[in-house]
Design a protein around this ligand. Structure first.
Ligand SMILES: [Zn+2]
Length: 232
């Protein structure tokens, strides 16, 4: 998540990894163009309209904001959520604080010393400006092969605001993105993204997303009808 910086999809596709490659883990790349899934369905106490962008049913100030303000998220789930919220809030400083120091040298290999970090920052700035993110979910978190290493799988929807994918009716299509990330824990306890791959979106998920879009469309049509009936 950067989430990953999305203009770097091709760099990711080239299969480079920070340090040791994550052997035996599915680290594929590619996004299926697909409608976005409906999102997080958990809202027992009534969903907040203006909840935190990470999808937790809490206000931003009680959720990801403290991490953006400098509190260390020593639970990786908090880091994952806070990274997503930071993308939505365009908080590039926070995002940079949760990249592993080696990340930039791998993705911008060959740059002059010191330039890599600036390049990564530039990429992240462009990413948060040019893409619209939504429907965040943590699919799973797994232990790495050593202490201080964890794997995380995330899902979110993505819309390229400059050149959006369009469906047959010319309507903007969101992509469903699944991202596998490897995180390393720094000495102060924070988790940092060391490398990532975008995963293939399973056909079943695309199907589900299509169905959900159909349902949403039907609901919207019904609402419109009801509103028209009311107005008549
Ligand atoms: Zn949050």
């Amino acid at each position: 998540m950067a989430l990953a910086q999305h203009s770097q999809w091709r760099a990711a596709a080239a299969g480079r990894a920070v340090g040791r490659a994550a052997a035996g883990r599915p680290l594929l790349v590619r996004c299926a163009a697909a409608p976005a899934p409906k999102g997080f369905g958990k809202a027992p106490a009534g969903p907040l309209k203006d909840g935190c962008p990470c999808g937790a049913n809490k206000y931003y100030r009680d959720c990801c904001k403290p991490f953006h303000a400098g509190q260390v998220a020593s639970k990786i789930e908090d880091t994952l959520r806070a990274r997503f919220s930071a993308v939505v809030k365009k908080d590039v400083d926070y995002l940079m604080s949760t990249f592993h120091p080696e990340f930039s040298s791998v993705y911008f290999a060959g740059s002059a010393p010191g330039e890599n970090w600036d390049k990564l920052r530039g990429e992240m700035q462009r990413t948060v400006e040019n893409y619209e993110y939504g429907a965040f979910k943590i699919l799973k978190v797994g232990e790495g092969d050593r202490p201080g290493e964890k794997y995380a799988q995330l899902q979110y929807s993505l819309l390229d605001k400059r050149t959006p994918d369009l469906d047959e009716n010319g309507k903007k299509l969101k992509r469903v993105v699944i991202e596998n990330g490897r995180f390393l824990q720094a000495e102060d306890g924070r988790w940092q993204l060391a490398d990532y791959r975008l995963a293939d979106v399973p056909a079943a998920l695309v199907k589900t997303a299509e169905l959900e879009t159909k349902n949403l469309k039907a609901q919207a049509a019904a609402k419109k009808e009801a509103a028209a009936a009311e107005g008549a």
